[in-house]
Design a binder for this molecule. Structure first.
Ligand code: HEC
Length: 193
């Protein structure tokens, strides 16, 4: 009896499997075919519905993604001058955020030139691949308005490139707060250089 059942079930599952397989003129059976053959147009595919003929569409002009920050100043000397008064840190960071995340961002993106200490003696300078940036402890940079520092991260300045795409709005302010911390430590140690 058990034997007959086993043989029967083997036969049945074989028949079931065979009926699923497609081949020749037989399309077979598909479970939830909508999942296999997308009803929606695939990304990257041609699309007769849009005027451009593409499925992928650019956002409507002027659209701003939720939570995204748009920097209001232009990459011009006037923009840099305006940044001194118009751009301020909107965040309140905890000391832990600054010494944790802020430091991590600094060591990842900035220290390679500016040096871990902020003295302008980063690794690239040490191996003579990049001229030393000014130390953060020069009187000029000690008193540099934070808005102008932010502007420099956005657009770059002189030999420094823009870091706008590598770090976001919050991270930019966080790393600047970390740099301020380095400067405060330096002041406490004996001032500028
Ligand atoms: C490739 C080397 C390099 C890297 C990496 C780099 N910088 Fe700079 N940075 C410079 C140089 C060079 C200057 C001097 C620019 C000038 O005044 O001509 C500078 C200047 C600055 C200033 C002074 C800005 C001002 O308005 O005068 C700040 C602040 C600064 N960098 C922050 C950062 C931060 C934050 C990062 C990381 C996100 C970073 N830098 C990464 C090379 C670098």
């Amino acid at each position: 009896m058990i034997r007959t059942q086993t043989i029967l079930s083997i036969f049945l599952s074989g028949a079931l499997l065979a009926s699923c397989s497609a081949g020749g003129d037989n399309p077979g059976y598909e479970y939830a075919p909508e999942m296999v053959h997308s009803i929606a147009y695939e990304a990257q595919s041609e699309n007769p519905i849009y005027a451009s003929g593409y499925t992928n569409q650019l956002p409507v002009e002027g659209a701003i993604a939720v939570g995204k920050y748009t920097y209001p100043l232009t990459n011009t000397p006037e923009g840099y001058a305006d940044a001194a008064t118009k751009i301020q840190n909107p965040f309140q960071f905890t000391p832990k955020e600054i010494s944790g995340e802020g430091k991590k961002i600094y060591l990842t993106y900035c220290a390679v030139c500016h040096g871990e200490a902020g003295d302008g003696q980063g690794h690239l300078v040490q191996i003579e691949k990049f001229p030393a940036p000014p130390s953060y402890f020069t009187p000029d940079l000690m008193s540099k308005p934070e808005g102008q520092r932010y502007h420099t991260i956005m657009y770059g300045k002189g030999m420094m490139g823009s870091y706008a795409t590598q770090i976001n709005h919050r991270e930019r302010w966080l790393v600047l707060e970390y740099i301020k911390g380095l400067q405060a430590e330096q002041l406490a140690k004996g001032g500028t250089n």
